[in-house]
Ligand binder design. Structure first.
Ligand code: HXC
Length: 271
């Protein structure tokens, strides 16, 4: 069973009004839906970063069509100078920064014996070091506003996952970083949380990693059978959790990673 997302937000549409959000990897996949929800549907101005200029241009145009103040920032989270420039350009354009969503990620399936050291390093650099680099660059601006960070993680490393040694290690590092930064930056009013999505329909995480040659609908059906709540998550499910964590409703929540997966990771169908 795959339910369509609710058409209406459960939150007031102005709960992030006047705020500014920077979303890495915001031009596609889960990042793009988070950008829509923070922006056009809940009132924030948004800046999105990514490596591909055309993807950014298309996403910014679509957001502007929805009436949201949006800007695109080309670059790579593996370059600290790009991360710093994104923050500078965001604050220069919008005057402040309240929310950082670390959504940029890289992944592929590879057995440990076939995974090269450079393949492992590449995913660590994008997911773990990239999350640190952008957070570090954003901290002075977030501190000025008592802002918050949301790191998009995974559940791969709660147990262990085949052919994901690199991504599992990287997301474990991200979760650790979420806790360390929450402890250090709490005194400055900066909250740091994470979201761990389970299988999420229409994303590279499912199409690339499901490892079967089937349509999106067939893949969703196969995956849904492994999820206690009986359906594959949607990008909306992840994005609305991000809205909650950025809002004042979560003002006492920091250092936590919220699992949004329909209880998928903790359960296996009895044989
Ligand atoms: C084995 C691979 C590989 C593959 C790349 N490599 N793809 N190894 N199988 N399919 C190796 C390369 O051989 C190389 O090592 C090293 O990784 C770097 O590859 P490059 O292509 O040079 O790097 P780059 O162009 O920067 O690409 C980065 C990437 C790429 C991560 C490898 O796949 C990418 O950017 N993808 C787009 C983003 C993405 O994948 N998003 C999905 C996120 S899903 P050598 O030794 O040969 O030099 C996600 C969800 C996780 O994060 C949770 C799932 C449930």
């Amino acid at each position: 069973m795959s339910l369509p997302p609710p058409q209406q937000s459960p939150f007031r549409t102005d709960i992030l009004a006047g705020q500014v959000a920077l979303i890495t990897g915001g031009g596609s996949g889960i990042g793009r839906e988070i950008t829509r929800q923070l922006g056009s549907l809940h009132g924030a101005a948004v800046a999105i970063s990514g490596r591909r200029q055309q993807v950014l241009n298309d996403a910014v145009a679509a957001l502007q069509d929805e009436g949201i103040d949006a800007m695109g920032l080309q670059g790579d989270v593996r370059k600290a100078a790009d991360c710093e420039r994104w923050v500078q350009e965001t604050t220069a354009r919008f005057g402040r920064l309240d929310v950082l969503i670390n959504c940029a990620a890289g992944n592929f399936l590879a057995s440990a014996e076939e995974l090269t050291v450079n393949g492992f390093r590449t995913v660590m650099e994008i997911d773990a070091i990239g999350t640190f680099a952008v957070s570090r660059a954003a901290f002075p601006a977030l501190r000025a506003r008592g802002g918050s960070i949301v790191n998009i993680s995974a559940t791969l490393h709660y147990g262990a996952t085949w052919w994901q040694a690199h991504a599992s290690a990287a997301k474990a590092a991200v979760d650790s970083l979420t806790r360390s930064l929450a402890v250090e930056w709490g005194a400055f009013g900066v909250r740091v949380n994470g979201i761990a999505p389970g299988p999420t329909g229409g994303t590279a995480g499912v199409s690339k990693l499901a490892g079967v040659d089937a349509s999106e609908e067939e893949v969703n059906e196969l995956v849904a059978a492994t999820i206690p709540i009986g359906r594959v998550g949607s990008k909306w499910d992840i994005a609305i959790a991000a809205v909650f964590l950025c809002s004042s409703a979560a003002r006492h929540i920091t250092g936590d990673t919220l699992v949004v997966d329909g209880a998928a990771w903790m359960w296996r169908q009895p044989a």
